[in-house]
Design a protein around this ligand. Structure first.
Ligand SMILES: C[S@@+](CC[C@H](N)C(=O)[O-])C[C@H]1O[C@@H](n2cnc3c(N)ncnc32)[C@H](O)[C@@H]1O
Length: 223
């Protein structure tokens, strides 16, 4: 570890102590144990802003109580960590699914404080084949499917995935207009285009959030 890395580590340790924050301690463990260059992108300001936006909307517009939250395209597990740390939300467990085999180990460290209690699991799988159970009628804590990686699914694969989400299931979706990134094969120009791509029977939240280089779009509701 060079001087600069050691300084960053010391600062994160200090912040974890000051805020008594398991989340900051887990982030520190993830960046210390996994020399993964993309962690910087997964933990940058835009990412935290977008994920906190989702947590805020779930807390204020979607009932705040959930059974299993399945995060598809969950990357390094940052969204799971943010949702599980949020005291406004009551979540049974988070399952983070990503096709990239590098992600699961990092996601588990990123959610280390929730692993032992079984509140977090990470799976390496293609979301296009991931089976989603239908909504449980009358349940006070509905399951939730989250996909903040809609821009990563080329059409018609996105349409095929969305068609497999059971009718009536609670979903939280994000996409964006950040066409400059090669992996973004399904950007949308605006919120109306996103609504057309992922129609909901009941909309609980719909919004656009301008960030530094792009705008992120979010839809929460029942399919
Ligand atoms: C860059 S990341 C997250 C981007 C997203 N805008 C966000 O902020 O959450 C996109 C993730 O989607 C994953 N992904 C892409 N296609 C997938 C698929 N078919 N099944 C599961 N994960 C997938 C990638 O491996 C990657 O980890």
């Amino acid at each position: 570890m060079d001087d600069r890395e050691e300084r960053c580590r010391d600062i994160l340790e200090g912040l974890a102590t000051y805020f008594a924050s398991p989340l900051v301690a887990d982030v520190l463990a993830a960046v210390s144990r996994h020399p993964e260059p993309d962690l910087g992108a997964a933990l940058n300001r835009n990412q935290f802003t977008s994920k906190l936006w989702l947590a805020d909307a779930l807390a204020t517009a979607a009932g705040a109580r959930f059974g299993t939250v399945t995060v598809l395209g969950g990357w390094f597990g940052v969204l799971g960590a943010i949702l599980l740390a949020d005291r406004r939300l009551a979540i049974g467990r988070v399952v983070s699914v990503d096709i990239d085999p590098r992600c699961a180990a990092v996601a588990c460290t990123m959610n280390g404080s929730h692993l032992e209690g079984g509140r977090f699991a990470a799976v390496t799988a293609d979301m296009l084949g991931w089976a989603l159970a239908g909504p449980r009628p009358g349940d006070a804590a509905p399951d939730l499917v989250v996909n903040t990686s809609c821009e990563h699914l080329r059409r018609p694969a996105f349409d095929a995935w969305y068609a497999r989400v059971p009718a009536g299931h609670l979903v939280a979706l994000q996409s964006n207009d950040y066409v400059a990134i090669d992996e973004h094969v399904n950007c949308v120009a605006d919120l109306d285009a996103f609504r057309a791509q992922a129609p909901l029977a009941e909309v609980l939240f719909a919004g656009a959030r301008p960030l530094k280089k792009y705008t992120r779009f979010m839809l929460i509701g029942r399919k």
